[in-house]
Design a protein around this ligand. Structure first.
Ligand SMILES: [Zn+2]
Length: 162
């Protein structure tokens, strides 16, 4: 299985990881409040890798017999957790950056300036030319300073790996 086809479900105790994985374009589910059993059910049904800081999920039979792929994040720092996941699964940091909504995990759709003129702040509109929008929550993304900071962090992670 190519790494890019992987999808994830992130446990409540590792929530920040979800945003980073979405930033990389990986289909990543995250719920603020979900029981272990439910999380495991979804992971099995949708063939998602479970990312957790909770050793209890690791001890479940479906995890020990290999039916369920679980990665136990060993560090408190979300960026270290991300590095661990990237290394263990050999994920590609660059292939599909910023193609997925960080908030709700939907695939983003490219928009031209005219379409989002009423949504983005005037300063952004006058300086940015490429936009992506989430068809679900309607959030608009552009390559501003926040975007550049995240991209730099991701590029840094991938350089340390390859
Ligand atoms: Zn969204």
């Amino acid at each position: 299985m190519a790494a890019i086809e992987m999808s994830f479900i992130v446990d409540v105790n590792a929530g920040k990881l979800a945003r980073w994985l979405r930033m990389m374009g990986y289909d990543t589910l995250f719920f603020n409040d979900i029981e272990d059993g439910h999380l495991v059910d979804i992971a099995l049904k949708e063939r998602r890798v479970v990312l957790t800081r909770d050793t209890q999920i690791m001890r479940r039979r479906v995890a020990t017999n290999g039916q369920l792929k679980v990665i136990l994040a060993t560090d408190d720092d979300p960026k270290e957790q991300l590095r661990q996941v990237i290394e263990e699964l050999n994920l590609d940091c660059r292939l599909r950056q910023f193609t997925r909504c960080l908030e709700c995990n939907h695939s983003l759709v490219p928009k031209n300036r005219e379409e989002i003129a009423d949504i983005v702040p005037p300063y952004v509109f006058s300086t940015q030319h490429q936009y992506m929008q989430c068809p679900s929550c309607l959030r608009v993304y552009w390559q501003g300073t926040h975007w550049q900071k995240m991209k730099k962090a991701l590029d840094g992670l991938s350089q340390r790996n390859h």
